[in-house]
Design a protein around this ligand. Structure first.
Ligand code: GLN
Length: 527
């Protein structure tokens, strides 16, 4: 899957939709993202750069598109599903140092392109997938994308015509002044691909207005494809409708024909359609405040937002998310800033900026009995707030924010103490947690053994465990191997839960996450 004309056209959603359709016909499918930047992974990137960093079960810090893949196909992705230019070069350079290429000049072609091809093929071999969809980040024509495009060109020959295909996604802009849809950018984009030796098999056209037969024919003619290989991707109100639209456009059938996949089964999209129906027909609306410091870019909290969408659909309520910048929340204005919110979610994050606003938001939710969910840093803020205002430790803080506090209620994990490198060194991926059976979160999960994904360096400081318990902030989820506190709740409160892990990474259309479902349910049905 390649893209042209503009970025952000939705390659990830189209890839995930095609994967969903093929999967619903009984095929084993996965999706992979190749990112042409030099960071080894997106873990070191500020969310303002590329949106949230998505974490997989095996602890890989990845591009947010992997979140879409998991939400659509309901399967775990892994480290192999996201590869960056940095990782490719790192592998090749390490091999060079080892002497694997002894005597040879190491070059972009063939060494880098070979490594790209190896990474694409590896995934298919490792887990025996019928289809691997590989999404190439960026747009064709970018300098960074060239080795990837070349690898795709070669791979088409290596795999053979019926074992590979290229889908190219472009934009058909609408000129309001003349009332016309324009195909020229698409023609140019396909020309770039052709110059690089790739004839796309299918062209997906992103558009704001329906494309008529003439436009489809024109694109087919100018871009060398048959007319049923021109697919319309029209703007819709929810991304979850895209698989249904792609089915109407028969993208799955076209792909199966090109790949010579003989599947007689009709796609089973019952569950999916029911979800979209519920999503589009809410019975009421609730407003939840998302308190974070990256709220200017909604992609920074992509998985949280989607989890709330899933939870809304289950409860048949429309969840309106009101983003509140944590930096603007102060003691004097907190009531005003959070006015009218029926639930408050304090987001994950790193560093000092905006932390005091988050703590104020927690206090407001706790004192006013407003349903509260704190995720990772959000949970840590709940612990700090409780320590300051209930336990009376006025200077309580996280060791991340203050080195001098006498009450580091959140402290650096033992295993993190000697760590100096930033990339890939946090506590990452899935860890077990045991939930106390008498707790409220137990009712929400319906089980006491869970696995949730992590991405942090700091933790609840167990030296204060008894103080918190006595005063009413209960540790109700514990890692059975390390005794680390994973979940805290205030039983007296209507719904006050803080989790050290990231539940948002595990919410999918088929399996909406119980914590989000419970949170939204309480807001929708509670007092
Ligand atoms: N900064 C905190 C830590 O490292 C929280 C991280 C997060 O919210 N993901 O522990």
């Amino acid at each position: 899957m390649t893209g042209g004309v503009a970025s952000s056209l939705g390659k990830g959603i189209i890839s995930a939709s095609l994967a969903k359709l093929l999967q619903s016909r009984g095929l084993k499918v996965t999706i992979q993202k190749l990112d042409p930047y030099i960071n080894v992974d997106p873990g070191t990137l500020n969310p303002y750069e590329h949106g949230e960093c998505y974490v997989t079960e095996d602890g890989a810090e990845t591009d947010l598109d992997l979140g879409h893949y998991e939400r659509f196909i309901n399967l775990h992705t892994t480290q192999e599903n996201n590869v960056t230019t940095g990782r490719i070069y790192q592998t090749v350079i390490n091999k060079e140092r080892k002497g694997d290429y002894l005597g040879k000049t190491v070059q972009v072609i063939p060494h880098i392109t070979d490594e790209i091809k190896r990474r694409i093929k590896l995934l298919g071999k490792k887990s025996n997938y019928d289809v691997v969809i590989t999404e190439i980040g960026g747009t064709v024509g970018d300098i960074e994308s060239l080795p990837y495009v070349e690898a795709v060109r070669q791979l088409k020959w290596d795999l053979g015509a019926q074992n590979s295909m290229v889908i190219h996604l472009t934009l058909v802009p609408y000129l309001a002044a003349s009332g016309e849809l324009k195909t020229k950018p698409t023609q140019h984009s396909v020309k770039v691909l052709l110059e690089n030796g790739i004839q796309p098999d299918v062209i997906v056209l992103r558009t704001e207005h329906p494309l008529n037969q003439d436009i489809r024919k024109k694109v087919a003619q100018f871009c060398n494809v048959d007319s049923d290989s021109v697919v319309q991707s029209i703007d819709v109100s929810t991304i979850y409708e895209v698989p249904l639209l792609m089915k109407e456009e028969q993208l799955d059938l076209t792909a199966m024909r090109k790949l010579d996949l003989k599947v007689s089964k009709e796609p089973n999209l019952k569950e999916w359609t029911a979800f979209v129906e519920k999503l589009k027909n809410p019975k009421k609306e609730v407003t939840i405040g998302l308190v974070g410091k990256y709220v200017e870019l909604p992609d920074s909290y992509k998985s949280i937002m989607e989890s709330l969408v899933h939870a809304g659909a289950v409860n048949q309520v429309k969840v309106k998310i009101e983003s509140v910048h944590s930096e603007v929340i102060k003691v004097q204005n907190v009531a005003d800033k959070l006015k009218g919110l029926q639930g408050i979610l304090v987001a994950p994050g790193f560093g000092q900026r905006g932390i005091e606003g988050k703590i104020e938001a927690v206090k407001y939710a706790r004192e006013n009995n407003i349903p509260f969910l704190g995720i990772c840093l959000g949970m840590q803020c709940a612990v700090i707030e409780f320590a300051r205002n209930v336990l009376g430790f006025e200077d309580a803080d996280s060791a991340e924010m203050s080195r001098t506090t006498k009450h580091p209620v959140i402290d650096l994990m033992e295993e993190q103490k000697g760590v100096t490198e930033k990339g890939g060194t946090m506590r990452l991926g899935a860890y077990p947690c045991e939930i106390t059976k008498s707790s409220n979160v137990y009712k929400v999960y319906g089980k006491n053994e869970i696995q949730e994904r992590h991405r942090h360096r700091y933790e609840f400081n167990n030296a204060y465990l008894e103080d918190f318990k006595e005063a009413g902030l209960q540790p109700v989820g514990i890692n059975p191997d390390t005794e680390l506190v994973e979940i805290v709740e205030i039983p007296e409160h209507r719904w006050f839960v803080g989790v050290q892990f990231h539940p948002e990474y595990k919410s999918t259309v088929v399996n909406p996450h119980p914590l989000f479902v419970g949170f939204v349910k309480e807001i929708a049905e509670g007092k």
